[in-house]
Write a protein that binds this ligand. Structure first.
Ligand code: CA
Ligand code: CA
Length: 256
């Protein structure tokens, strides 16, 4: 009788031990450079363990992916912090000098070769710093035909949010979107002569030419870069109205 009870329990325990061993992330243990790719619609800043690593050199269009790199000691957890913001005027709308202003949407997708398998996913935490137009302003008549009524709420940026050890327990998890929902935007083109093309005006869609100071590694086609990636598009709960969004993720060296 004991055999019948104990054997399944013991083998189940062994299985549990085994699965926790194989699911644990092990750090390499020696210093190394981590390379990543970040795509944010429209612009981002990346911090790692509180240190600023990269800023997106293009604020609006084209929608480009950026290669980033940082040094890691290979032993410590890695705290990723990304501020990503969709373009918005004070009304929350873009193309406000055109006949058809619209609410743009944002999106973030990112991956890092840190040996811990870090990719953007629902495991990331999210905080909305600016949101709009607010429900109250929509009720008051805010629309693409009456931008004067629109209000964007600024909730501020939590102090120390980029630092290791920042307590994001109260932040909700990011929402995952399909590529169809988030969209890849307007792909960039790059050449040594012209730099990154084509920039357009967020006010009236007119062409602003190219940016020669942007390198090829900062002007990558996101759809190509993420073709075989397991990274997911993430944002806060409202793809259009959550505008300046903060993301955090801690890559841990073990499962404990
Ligand atoms: Ca950009
Ligand atoms: Ca956008």
């Amino acid at each position: 009788m004991y055999k019948n009870v104990l054997l399944p329990a013991a083998s189940g325990f062994a299985l549990l031990l085994f699965s926790s061993v194989i699911s644990a992330n092990s750090c390499p243990g020696s210093p190394q450079q981590v390379v990543g790719t970040v795509y944010c619609d429209n612009k981002f800043t990346l911090w790692v363990n509180g240190e600023e690593v990269a800023t997106d050199p293009i604020d609006f269009t084209p929608h480009q992916a950026v290669k980033v790199a940082f040094e890691w000691d290979g032993n410590s957890n890695i705290d990723y912090a990304i501020q990503c913001e969709d373009y918005a005027s004070t009304s929350g709308y873009e193309y406000i000098e055109s006949r058809k202003p619209q609410l743009g949407d944002g999106a973030l997708i990112a991956e890092f070769d840190d040996a811990l398998g870090t990719v953007s996913s629902a495991d990331w935490k999210v905080y909305t710093a600016t949101f709009g137009p607010t429900e109250a302003s929509l009720a008051a008549g805010c629309s693409s035909d009456d931008l004067e009524q629109c209000v964007v709420e600024d909730r501020g940026i939590p102090e120390g949010w980029t630092q290791s050890g920042f307590n994001d327990a109260q932040w909700p998890h990011a929402t995952v979107y399909s590529a169809a929902e988030a969209g890849w935007g307007r792909p960039p083109s790059w050449s040594a002569n012209e730099g990154c093309c084509t920039l357009t005006s967020p006010l009236d869609r007119s062409s602003l030419g190219c940016n020669r100071s942007v390198s090829q590694q900062q002007c990558l086609n996101p759809k190509v870069e993420f073709t075989d990636s397991t990274a997911q598009f993430i944002w806060a709960a409202d793809l259009k109205r959550d505008n300046r969004v903060l993301f955090r993720y801690t890559a841990r060296c073990d499962a404990s």
